[in-house]
Write a protein that binds this ligand. Structure first.
Ligand code: ZN
Length: 185
């Protein structure tokens, strides 16, 4: 028995109608970075269909070193695949960083909760504190800048910042798309 059984039944329905496609340019031209929260599924809140956008998710939707690793690789991969691109900012893709209200990572702002979480997980308290999303508009701006400031951020990508409100279902843009080239000038 597995709890996945009812979901595998849904997969059987999906597979019955599925048309496979090649590894090609994501049709939305975006890469989404967001929280792993099950209330914040980008396929649903942004109406994404199959092959429209790669998605990277972690606690908070934070731009960590591991996320920068993935984005750097995807930029390299896109450069190999999108040989017909014009070059310049945004010619590979736009990274849309989406933080959200009522993020569970915000609980880490409480020192007692953070100490318990650190003990249970082995993750140092300062790292847990740095990953907490309490003010999503502030953390998303911080993370957009962190990605733009990284020497591994391709000048051919652009980065934007947004906040999803779990109450209203609305995504609001906090920072319009910018490139590392514009950011460093
Ligand atoms: Zn969250």
């Amino acid at each position: 028995m597995t709890r996945l059984a009812p979901l595998l039944e849904r997969n059987a329905l999906f597979a019955a109608q599925h048309t496979p496609g090649p590894l090609a340019r994501p049709t939305s031209g975006t890469l989404i970075v967001t929280c792993l929260d099950h209330r914040v599924d980008p396929a649903l809140i942004l109406g994404l269909h199959l092959a429209e956008a790669p998605v990277i998710r972690n606690a908070g939707g934070r731009i960590t070193d591991a996320v920068i690793d993935d984005i750097a690789f995807l930029a390299f991969l896109a450069g190999q695949l999108f040989v017909d691109r014009t070059g310049g900012p945004g010619s590979l893709f736009e990274v849309a960083v989406i933080h959200h209200t009522q993020c569970g990572s915000g609980l880490l702002a409480d020192p007692d909760f953070r100490a318990q979480a650190s003990q249970a997980t082995g993750v140092p308290q300062d790292i847990l504190a740095a990953n907490a999303v309490i003010d999503p508009e502030a953390t998303v701006a911080l993370d957009v800048q962190r990605l733009l400031d990284s020497p591994r951020c391709s000048p051919e990508i652009i980065v934007s910042g947004h906040v999803y409100d779990v109450e209203t279902g609305r995504v609001t843009t906090v920072l319009d798309a910018a490139s590392s080239v514009a950011s460093s000038q």
